[in-house]
Design a protein. Structure first.
Length: 213
């Protein structure tokens, strides 16, 4: 399994609140592996007093409850958003829209879409290129088995790909639409509608705002 990167201080309280062992580690690919920070009891107490206002405990608890998702996975999504400097909760919203956090492999348009992010292999290769060449992060090369069996790896790819789309298009609606319809599909949507605000993109934006409230 793709190894989790360090979880920041702002997530420690959330992990403790759900009685997750902070010392648990994901068994991952050596190329990406980093030692995960162990959260001490003293640090947890500090975080409990000084709660981060971006990823509030009640927000993450509500998502975990509503979607029946492992809080560890939500903590990882938050760390990916931080790594790629995404807007808070936009990767949460994208994954919720794609799969409701349920990992599955589906046939879509003649090719497979993988895991919670529903990313296709061709898109995953583009994401790999962006993450390694533009953002200079070392990760394993994608394949169908890795994408289908490791939601943490799939999530890291999705976070990097979303960052790449937003850097290229400078428009969140265009970026979300491109994630869903593909880079060429977004152009077809624009030709037919004169804008990039697909129903998918609008829903991701709406979910992102609702998760942050």
């Amino acid at each position: 399994m793709f190894q989790q990167k360090r979880i920041g201080r702002f997530l420690a309280m959330f992990l403790v609140a759900f009685t997750i062992a902070a010392q648990a580690m994901f068994v991952g690919t050596a190329a990406f592996a980093e030692d995960r920070e162990k959260v001490s009891e003293e640090e947890c107490n500090v975080v409990s007093v000084k709660e981060d206002q971006t990823y509030r405990q009640e927000n993450l608890a509500r998502i975990a409850r509503d979607y029946q998702v492992d809080p560890k996975y939500l903590a990882y999504i938050a760390s990916v958003e931080e790594t790629f400097q995404l807007e808070p909760y936009e990767l949460f919203a994208l994954i919720a829209q794609e799969s409701k956090y349920v990992p599955a492999t589906n046939m879509d348009g003649g090719s497979l879409s993988y895991n919670t992010t529903q990313m296709k292999l061709a898109t995953a290769k583009t994401a790999y290129m962006a993450i390694t060449e533009y953002y200079h992060k070392e990760i394993p090369y994608p394949n169908g088995e890795l994408l289908s069996t490791d939601k943490y790896y799939a999530t890291y790819l999705a976070g990097g790909y979303l960052r790449y789309l937003e850097d290229v298009y400078m428009n969140k609606y265009e970026s979300y639409t491109a994630y869903r319809l593909g880079i060429n599909g977004r152009l077809t949507f624009y030709e037919n509608n004169g804008h990039y605000k697909s129903a998918y993109a609008v829903q991701v934006e709406s979910l992102s705002r609702s998760f942050a409230q």
